[in-house]
Design a protein around this ligand. Structure first.
Ligand code: ADP
Length: 340
């Protein structure tokens, strides 16, 4: 409390002098003796770490040499302890900075690889098409298809990255409104339809009008992502199921497939940025599940994957209600009823 305010400003000034000069000052010394406190420098091995001010009772007898010595020992021990604590803190923040830096460079190298590979393919295919005017029709087609595929992949990567950056920087907020879950599932299914082919897709929503507080646009992204994965990573004729049920706290949604499933030791990692299962052959960025989980979390929910009994993956997420839905219908009819 000596560091701020009126009369104590003087004591703070003395303390600063002691810190800068490394010599005792204040009451009982030759320097600034009019101060109330006796200020002693706390010397660490690498320089000053602080100042200890001793407030002596008015009219106190001068300290005995043994008391002085005791106090000096206390001061030097305090200085060393403070220094140790400060060094430990610096080491911890250096470790954190190193970890952040490692993650950053891992991210950048994956990113440049993920961007460069499709770009190289597009450039290569375009160059061949330009050079060789006499290519047979199906070879031309193949090259054009490769260009489209790789450009799609780039587009997906950029979209995922943008989404992720916005979610991570907190500029995306789930703008929640009570809406029927069924509508979001329906529009997501429509979007992935081309990928689903002739698959059997079963939707099992107990209550067709199950209302949940969601940002429909964001949540649709989650469904599209998980359904696309179910289509990409499972045999073309295997079935997919979407289920939802509600309890008192919220809705729990499941997307189930009959593919190879996710090994339990990978169950957390597949939600990491850019992480794909080892040897993954289908194209992808490893960002879809990262973005999906971030969206679910922006809704206050959790997202995880489990082994599905009987084989396959079970992706699950929760959507907390966080309160009761508004009841516009009832309010309206009451209002009407109250009218004369
Ligand atoms: P992407 O699909 O772009 O690779 P995701 O984050 O969506 O990125 O998925 C990460 C990885 O998890 C995929 O590369 C794949 O290895 C694995 N994966 C995701 N969904 C499934 C699934 N339904 N069945 C098996 N593996 C899956």
């Amino acid at each position: 409390s000596w560091t701020e305010g009126g009369a104590d400003e003087k004591e703070a000034g003395v303390a600063r002098w002691v810190f800068e000069h490394g010599r005792p000052a204040g009451f009982g010394t030759d320097t600034l003796p009019s101060a109330k406190g006796w200020h002693l420098p706390l010397r660490g091995s690498k320089g000053p770490v602080g100042v200890l001010a001793v407030a002596l009772a008015e009219h106190a007898a001068p300290l005995l040499p043994s008391q002085r010595q005791l106090l000096e020992t206390f001061v030097s021990q305090t200085a060393l302890a403070l220094e140790r604590a400060k060094l430990a803190e610096e080491a911890a923040s250096a470790r954190l900075a190193a970890a952040t830096e490692r993650q950053r460079s891992a991210l950048l190298s994956t990113l440049s690889h993920d961007l460069r590979t499709p770009l190289a393919a597009v450039t290569g295919a375009a160059a061949t098409l330009l050079q060789d005017g006499g290519l047979p029709e199906d070879a031309r087609r193949e090259l054009l298809e490769a260009i489209r595929e790789e450009a799609d992949r780039l587009g997906r990567l950029v979209a995922d990255l943008l989404e992720l950056t916005r979610l991570e920087s907190g500029t995306i907020e789930a703008r929640k409104e009570w809406q029927p879950l069924e509508e979001v599932v329906g529009s997501a299914l429509q979007r992935v339809e081309p990928m689903l082919g002739a698959r059997d897709v079963k939707v099992d929503l107990p209550d067709a009008m199950l209302l949940v507080p969601i940002d429909a646009a964001l949540l649709e992204h989650v469904f599209v992502n998980v359904l696309e994965n179910a289509a990409k990573y499972t045999p073309p004729d295997s079935p997919i199921e979407v289920r939802a049920r509600a309890d008192a706290d919220g809705a729990i949604v499941e997307v189930l497939d009959r593919g190879p499933g996710i090994p339990p030791e990978e169950a957390e990692r597949i939600f990491d940025k850019f992480y794909r299962l080892p040897g993954e052959a289908s194209p992808g960025t490893g960002l879809g599940l990262t973005v999906s989980r971030a969206i679910v979390q922006a809704h206050g929910g959790r997202m995880w994957v489990e082994r599905r009994p009987g084989g396959g993956a079970a992706f699950r997420f929760t959507l907390p209600f966080g309160g009761a839905p508004p009841e516009p219908d009832r309010r309206e009819s009451r209002d009407l009823g109250e009218r004369p």
